[in-house]
Design a protein around this ligand. Structure first.
Ligand code: SAM
Length: 236
């Protein structure tokens, strides 16, 4: 009986995951003019299929783990919508030898996705209990090429810079200059920019091999704000 229940749970989980992957593909189709592509990188989709999203959401919300929307993770924060996680990862164009910096660890889900695609991920989270929980969760699940630190990600993590890519998962009032400084030539920063509760754009900032900067806005998004010393002033 217990084994049957376990099998049913596994089947529900697999159906949920397949539904999530279908929703991502559907949303790519709907937004293809904005994002300029008909499909996301298959490596990214494989990572989305592999990482157990249900382990990154609060126990009480596990039934909703594969819903294509953000979910609360406590402390006023969220685990981002699966489509947006997949899109941001795709826009970063991660390669197997890359060292990536993430700002906004949250649950650690995006960190885990990145860890499947690159050599090393450094992730910064400003809320100490979230940083501690994410580090413990990632270690328990065996993601051993990630390091989570508590701190204000606006300043980046200079000791491991320069990075092959940087991803920010909270909306900044502007592109933080320290993060641009910490990009390698040829690398990219993917970041939502704008006001909380107002219009935000998902922006890709590329540092060209000659050091010049090229920026493009990809899609309107809705993220929690980047906080800390240089974040949104009204949120401190
Ligand atoms: N990537 C996360 C995931 O997969 O669960 C979702 C992140 S949530 C949308 C944004 C996170 O950014 C929150 O956990 C928030 O505490 C964090 N954050 C906000 N401002 C920050 C800052 N200045 N430095 C580091 N983390 C910050």
């Amino acid at each position: 009986m217990a084994a049957e229940r376990q099998n049913d749970r596994m089947r529900d989980m697999d159906d949920g995951l397949q539904g999530m992957l279908r929703d991502i593909r559907w949303e790519v189709e709907v937004t293809r003019r904005d994002i300029g592509k008909d499909a996301l990188d298959e490596r990214v989709m494989a990572a989305m299929a592999e990482v157990p999203r249900q382990r990154f959401v609060p126990e009480a919300l596990r039934a909703l783990a594969f819903h294509n929307g953000p979910l609360t993770i406590g402390h006023g924060q969220t685990i981002s919508q699966p489509y947006i996680v997949a899109l941001m990862t795709d826009l970063l164009e991660p390669r197997p030898d890359d060292v990536i910096l993430e700002v906004g660890t949250g649950s650690g889900y995006q960190t885990a996705i990145l860890s499947r695609l690159v050599k090393q991920v450094y992730s910064l989270e400003i809320i100490a209990p979230l940083a501690a929980d994410a580090q413990a969760r990632l270690a328990e699940l065996g993601y051993d090429n990630v390091t989570v630190r508590q701190g204000d990600g606006y300043a980046g993590l200079p000791e491991h810079a320069p990075y092959d890519g940087i991803i920010v998962t909270a909306a900044a009032p502007h592109v933080p200059p320290p993060l641009v400084d910490q990009l390698k030539p040829g690398a990219r920063l993917v970041i939502p920019v704008g006001l909380p509760g107002w219009s935000q754009e998902l922006r890709v900032v590329e540092k060209r091999p000659d050091g010049g900067i090229r920026e493009r806005d990809v899609l309107g998004v809705a993220f929690v704000p980047l906080t800390g010393g240089h974040g949104h002033p009204e949120r401190g």
